[in-house]
Design a protein around this ligand. Sequence first.
Ligand code: NAD
Ligand code: TYD
Length: 368
Amino acid sequence: MKTVLVTGGAGFIGSNFVKYMLDQHKDYKIVNLDLLTYAGNLENLTDIEDNPNYEFVKGDIADRSFINDLFEKYHFDLVVNFAAESHVDRSIENPEIFVQTNVMGTQVLLDAAKNLWQTGKDENGYPTYREGVKYLQVSTDEVYGALGKTGMFTETTPIQPNSPYSSSKAGADLLVRAYGNTFKFPMNITRCSNNYGPYQFPEKLIPLMISNVVELKNLPIYGDGMQIRDWLHVKDHCSGIDTVLHKGRLGEVYNIGGNNEKANIEIVDLIIANVKEKLSKNQYNGIDTDASTISDDLKIHVEDRLGHDRRYAIDNTKITTELGWSPSYTFEQGIVETIDWYLNNQDWLKQVKSGGYQEYYEKMYSKK
Ligand code: NAD
Ligand code: TYD
């Protein structure tokens, strides 16, 4: 049995990944370490919390003595680091916590894994490691910066992050790369495009727009709304990470994406039309919105995000040709299922939007 540390497993992608791994690898034990910040929610995991192969631990990846004790206790074979501050708008408001968690936290994990896994030294003085261990850093296409109208990010595109969020992720990537080079540390980095799917915190574009349409609230479109993101279903991201974890060549970076570029305004239009259609045909628990009152008039163009990246697009040639991975969802199927999930999970939405998030929402959008 392998023991896998998943950090940030109570967040959006991490919670989907914990479930994916328990389903795909029945002989693995999954330890989920999460600080439960505003973005971490144990309600994302209620369906597997009693699984004997699953354990939750609350803690901070940047707390060195706590992390060292944890590695000592569990003797992890694999580490997948999702834990991060993940929202660009928050990083513009308060960059410091992004450096603390995303950069310092990654370095603490790297040291703990290196210490646990090192078995000795080779003839050139490089550390040697236990067989079969690996550290996987979950990163983002945002470390490459922004694209113009053409071109795509490959694994050799220069790192040119533009926001405090993406620069903190880039800093972490560079540390992981350096450990790979200096210490021959067994690692991979994955860089994925924008994810969508169940359990995404409603500060991000897709769940925020679905939630606002249902509540007949304005739909805040930053600037002209023609910024382009390359969308991938979260389950396809999970299968991509699992593929790299098991088949990726040590020391390599793999981009993950599904060739699915959409302008923000297209996404918002699709959400308005689909929510309206669904609410006019079906009853959903906890929703009494009159579908006939949903219209394009909900859209408002607000002040643009500072330093807003215009376009992202992933070239996935390396992971598809070298490792045989491919996405299973089309966007058309995935987005309709995702909208349905949010409409059917109003209690979850209400719970995550209560308290801290509400204060955040007022603070961010009252200015725009
Ligand atoms: P999220 O904000 O939903 O979840 C982050 C999780 O990390 C939360 O559960 C939070 O409690 C936890 N966390 C935060 N600080 C911590 C700390 N110091 N110690 C332990 N846990 C801590 O984020 P997400 O969207 O699920 O993203 C997960 C990872 O994937 C991030 O590293 C992000 O950069 C990367 N990523 C996200 C996307 C995307 O579209 N969401 C795309 C590519 C890569
Ligand atoms: P977001 O979900 O925050 O992801 P990221 O910034 O990491 O790509 O935003 C996706 C896009 O949607 C981005 O171009 C910003 C835009 N956006 C809006 O227009 N309005 C909003 O209220 C939000 C949250 C995002």
